[in-house]
Design a protein around this ligand. Sequence first.
Ligand SMILES: Nc1ncnc2c1ncn2[C@@H]1O[C@H](COP(=O)(O)OP(=O)(O)OP(=O)(O)O)[C@@H](O)[C@H]1O
Ligand SMILES: [Mg+2]
Length: 508
Amino acid sequence: MFAKVSSLGLFGLNAFPVDVEIDISRGQPYFEIDGLTDTVIKESRDRIRAAMRSCGINFPVASVMVNLAPADMKKSGSVHDTAIFMAILRAMRMIDDVPEDAAFIGELSLNGDVRRVNGVLPMVMLARENGIKSVFVPEANAREASVIAGINVYAVRSAEQLILHFRGEEPMTPCEHYIPPEAAYNETLDFADVRGQQSAKKALEIAAAGGHNALLIGAPGSGKSMLAKRMPSILPPLTFEEALETTKIHSISGLLDPDTPIITKRPFRSPHHTISSAGLAGGGSIPQPGEISLAHNGLLFLDELAEFDRRTLEIMRQPLEDRKVTIARASGTITYPCTIMLIGAMNPCPCGYYGHPKRKCICSPKKVSAYLSKISGPLLDRFDLHIDVAPVEYDDLSAKTSEESSAEIRRRVMAAREIQAERFRGTDITCNALITPDKLREMCPMDDGAEAMMKSVFDSLGLSARAYDRILKVARTIADLNNSEVITRRHVAAAAQYRSLDRKYWHE
Ligand SMILES: Nc1ncnc2c1ncn2[C@@H]1O[C@H](COP(=O)(O)OP(=O)(O)OP(=O)(O)O)[C@@H](O)[C@H]1O
Ligand SMILES: [Mg+2]
């Protein structure tokens, strides 16, 4: 007896349809699943057998052949458990019918419970595109699935519940469509807590306004970590498309909170400096997204940048430029997006006081240069703004006046973002940092003074072509913050001033 049931699989961020075909015939008792890796098959067989027993059904004493198509796509076994289970029941004629436009995803536990799986959001999105009308998902994933409108989502608790539904004894009702809350600002911490540090705050405002990468460098206790952690509070809210994209990545990583199935706040990821290359950029035998992709559409903060393994940092170079990470495996190439703002923070030397206006640095010049050389030239080049964080002045710390709040800074950031939205209408570009080389001239018009300034900066700083582009984009953002369509000499000078660290620390 033959039966066919639909399921869904996942390869990287992309879902694909899976057909579970089953044939039960008389003969030697036998249970084989084709289309899965060997180790997964055994576990899957054991779970399905046990789940059937828990529902009081004897596994057929017959030759049971399951085929998961397409054969050439690598499948993680557990997600197809409920589909295989349904196919067996159908082939045994224990249920009348399984509609062709229904799909099943979920892992069975030995006692017949249906367990959560990763990647439900992209799978349900694909199901809807492919004309599937109903999806049966684990209850723990149901809210995530019901973000997608136009498809019936059934929350399944147990294998038994599926049987009762399809026998018409206890039909389930589809979940209500989940309407996500309005996109929110990520404002757990406020810039008002940081006393003084006006120039560092101004620089971070520019970074937020244009989506530029920034490196904070300064003595211990000057407030670098404090400043960086407040960045999310001045970034614009996620658009719905951005929220969906970011949620997909968290969905396949199994990091979604069952109660808040869609991420509405810009991600802020701050991995520890002991992180591995795979943890940062993505990888593993079943390639998982790394921190750089979990921060997609948000911020990746690398505190104590010089403490990270140098090779680990270097791996980020290409993804930072391409805005995607490509992981090659025998089973194919997986690509994860990583459009991020990178914020780094570090001391200038091992003791932390190199370049300090009052305290003496105790490191030898050799030690200082060894410390700084952990950040390679090409990586440094990717930081558009080098922010020198000076020690906090006593007067600032003890002042009674209140500091500007994140909400006030955000107002200016949002005004600059609106100008950008107008500029990039009809393109994929979302902020100045993402202007593509072919649009650079047209979108960053300079007056004569600015052109002359750019030339002199380029020559005197010995800049790379990449640095030139990046300075121009920062100047574009500074001009936007000042509501100026054309980039002037003043804007270029201000932008170039943020490249001062390579001179001060690296090329002395
Ligand atoms: N500008 C400031 N206003 C108010 N408090 C500050 C400021 N700067 C530092 N502090 C206080 O000092 C503490 C340490 O600051 P923070 O951790 O940000 O320093 P850091 O520059 O990251 O130092 P390190 O180089 O050691 O990592 C903060 O938790 C805060 O209490
Ligand atoms: Mg710190």
